[in-house]
Ligand binder design. Structure first.
Ligand code: DGD
Ligand code: CLA
Ligand code: CLA
Ligand code: PID
Ligand code: PID
Ligand code: PID
Ligand code: PID
Ligand code: PID
Length: 312
């Protein structure tokens, strides 16, 4: 297709730049400017809306392209192969072309709002400047091909299941865990801290398992889950906590999503995460909430998972 061909040209002009970026640099975990969680949440909400509007099949293919690309990483900077670099760009270009332009620009504008204007120049100073300019010039040509192939209306909204067992179980889970949700400091910057003692390649391995799980999920249920999150963001209070009803809808949507993939795929995520998160992290989280609320929530979760497993 045209976007695939354009991605090859983009690769010709941008792979040198890609090789110069130190993908293992911990700086990419930091906020791109002042830490402003509620503003950042607005930007993430725009990404969720864009994801919910995208063609689920193209999203799945983009996730698969990333998984493949992780498999061909080499060298100290963590760069993927030339062929996989092109394949990721092509896949993301197709995702962008599957949503109306305004949804893409809403992401750009909201990310711009939380990005310190000196950040791009600083990023450029870490690589060979002319290579960055060449890559950007090629991006501008690529985006014209994407725009030419872009839809003008979003894909249809998700079909949301109702009256199912997971929906019922989500009510019980949410009643049992909402007090715990209210104890959590959602606006803390702790969630952006590096995992103690873990390198980027180690962390990326665990993220790869999530990408694999994402690629196997039912596309309609993934879209429904994204829509539920968007709605939930719309009802947060000053502490960032969503309403009880929206929290329940998120739990139901995520339970259905988990049920749409094989158990072993879910356990691969759990086991790989358990391997990089040591007990100091979980103990620290536990120390910040009411222990009784946390235990009630955990009990609710372990009951809920049996219902999910039964429909898996
Ligand atoms: C950049 C963008 C990269 C900066 C990276 C910051 C983004 C971090 C996002 C973190 C979000 C947190 C969410 C993650 C979740 C965490 C959960 C815990 O370098 C601009 C200005 C605005 C920059 C900020 C906006 C960036 C938006 C990026 C898209 C959002 C993606 C979302 C990513 C998040 C996660 C993904 C899953 O646009 O951008 C560089 C540009 O900066 C440079 O400016 C441009 C001008 O816009 C353009 O008009 C033009 O002037 C150009 O061109 C210069 O510079 C000139 C000529 O005109 C060209 O023809 C050509 O010759 C060129 O020069 C060659 O040099
Ligand atoms: Mg990403 C984007 C890393 C998985 C879907 N992703 C980005 C970039 C960053 C990144 C490179 C955001 C920061 C930025 O804009 O830099 N993703 C990244 C990693 C992983 C991952 C490390 C781990 C596996 N992504 C992942 C998965 C999905 C996505 C699983 C779902 C399928 N990702 C996704 C989308 C987008 C990203 C939809 C974006 O739009 C965003 C992005 O790249 O925006 C431009 C700048 C970008 C780069 C350095 C890489 C692109 C290089 C281009 C082609 C040429 C360079 C131009 C110039 C020098 C800088 C860009 C200017 C900008 C204004 C366009
Ligand atoms: Mg998430 C999970 C935040 C958007 C899909 N998401 C998580 C949690 C964290 C979170 C609360 C990961 C950390 C963790 O496990 O804590 N998501 C979060 C935010 C946003 C967002 C702030 C922003 C809008 N997500 C989002 C979107 C999608 C997803 C758009 C795609 C539709 N998210 C998604 C999935 C999963 C998450 C599929 C998970 O599996 C993971 C999760 O919750 O795993 C348990 C612990 C969790 C919580 C504090 C909240 C849940 C409370 C449960 C139901 C009861 C508590 C049990 C116990 C006390 C603690 C967990 C024990 C553990 C062994 C299970
Ligand atoms: C400027 C000036 C003009 C010239 C110009 C110019 C530049 C404009 C630009 C630009 C626009 C632009 C847009 C970009 C948009 C990037 C969007 C990224 C979206 C990320 C998402 C992440 C996610 C997910 C995901 C799916 C999940 C939801 C999420 C589901 C259902 C200034 C050059 C024209 C770069 C969507 C993918 C996993 C949130 O106009 O003179 O330069 O860049 O998890 O969804 O699960
Ligand atoms: C524009 C203007 C509007 C019209 C428009 C428009 C276009 C927007 C577009 C577009 C946005 C867009 C985004 C693209 C982003 C591509 C990002 C590629 C990332 C590739 C990576 C590869 C890799 C890896 C990997 C992980 C490793 C690092 C690597 C570690 C730690 C402008 C059309 C709406 C194409 C990250 C995955 C293995 C490098 O808005 O008027 O057209 O395209 O090895 O991580 O090692
Ligand atoms: C300039 C002027 C214009 C011309 C121009 C220009 C240059 C702009 C530039 C540039 C922008 C730019 C951006 C770059 C962005 C790279 C983003 C990489 C993201 C990597 C990640 C990796 C990671 C992980 C991971 C998970 C870990 C955390 C991490 C935990 C819990 C100035 C040329 C346009 C290079 C996210 C995945 C392992 C961080 O604009 O005239 O030159 O470069 O380790 O999670 O640990
Ligand atoms: C234990 C001991 C026994 C008792 C037991 C027990 C506990 C097991 C447990 C547990 C398992 C478990 C699993 C959990 C799994 C969470 C999975 C999260 C996945 C997140 C993803 C994120 C993403 C995306 C997304 C889609 C994108 C890709 C991504 C596309 C196409 C120990 C109790 C049985 C909690 C997939 C969603 C946006 C990466 O066994 O005696 O306690 O918890 O962006 O994909 O866009
Ligand atoms: C298990 C054992 C196997 C069988 C199995 C199994 C089950 C795994 C499961 C499962 C995993 C799972 C995960 C669920 C997670 C739910 C997470 C809910 C999160 C809700 C949020 C709501 C909110 C917001 C929001 C953003 C705000 C904060 C809030 C800020 C900054 C165990 C079946 C495979 C259900 C985050 C979105 C508005 C709070 O593996 O044998 O069954 O379910 O307001 O952010 O303000």
């Amino acid at each position: 297709d045209e976007i695939g061909d354009a991605a090859k040209k983009l690769g010709d002009a941008s792979y040198s730049f890609a090789k110069e970026v130190d993908w293992n640099n911990g700086i990419f975990l930091q906020a791109p400017g002042k830490f402003q969680p509620l503003e950042a949440l607005k930007a993430i909400d725009k990404m969720i809306e864009m994801g919910a509007a995208a063609d689920p099949k193209l999203l799945k293919e983009a996730a698969e392209a990333h998984h493949k690309a992780i498999g061909s990483i080499s060298g100290p900077n963590g760069v993927t192969s030339r062929a996989d670099w092109d394949a990721v760009n092509a896949a993301l270009g197709r995702v962008v072309a599957s949503v109306p332009k305004a949804k893409v620009m809403a992401v750009y504008d909201s990310v711009k709002d939380i990005t310190d204007p000196t950040v791009p120049a600083y990023m450029k100073s870490l690589v060979n400047g002319p290579d960055a300019e060449k890559a950007y010039q090629a991006f501008l040509e690529f985006k014209d091909v994407v725009a030419k192939n872009q839809v003008t209306t979003a894909s249809a909204p998700a079909v949301v299941p109702s009256g199912d067992k997971i929906g019922e179980a989500a009510k019980a889970l949410s009643d049992a865990s909402y007090p715990f949700i209210k104890d959590i400091d959602w606006l803390s910057d702790i969630y952006l801290k590096p995992l103690p003692g873990k390198t980027a390649p180690e962390t990326l391995k665990a993220i790869d398992k999530m990408i694999v799980m994402g690629a196997k999920m039912d596309g309609n249920l993934l879209k429904a889950a994204a829509e539920a999150h968007h709605k939930a963001i719309g009802s947060i209070d000053a502490n960032g906590v969503t309403s009880a009803a929206d929290y329940e809808a998120v739990n139901a949507a995520l339970g259905r999503l988990v049920a749409s993939v094989p158990k072993s795929t879910v356990m691969d995520v759990y086991n790989s995460m358990a391997g990089i998160v040591d007990s100091t992290v979980t103990n620290n989280m536990f120390s910040k909430v009411n222990p009784l609320d946390a235990m009630a929530a955990a009990k609710g979760f372990y009951t809920f998972k049996d219902v999910v497993e039964a429909s898996q």
